[in-house]
Design a protein around this ligand. Sequence first.
Ligand SMILES: [Zn+2]
Length: 110
Amino acid sequence: MQDLEYFKQKLMTRKDDLTKRINAIDQDIKHEDMSSNWTEQATERENDEVLESLGNASEQELLMINHALKRIESGQYFSCSMCGEDIPPSRLELLPFSSYCVNCAGKEHN
Ligand SMILES: [Zn+2]
């Protein structure tokens, strides 16, 4: 039996980090209407775009983590969503939110 609890813990920790990061980014974006100077506003707008894309990447990862947690609940965590083969724990160690085995993840990109 593979260590489901270990991966669940790993995902929960990551989920916590991401949630905090997303909240921090939201705060940053909201706090910026204060400046009176146009140049500063333009600079802040650029910062916002960077922050927003960071936020989007974090939200994407958060979605995948939530998906992985559901797969843990339903006992599917160690099977590939596409072919049903076992996903090796060494892969899950690197990509704990992965739903596919190496073969299928490769195919997806083609
Ligand atoms: Zn597969």
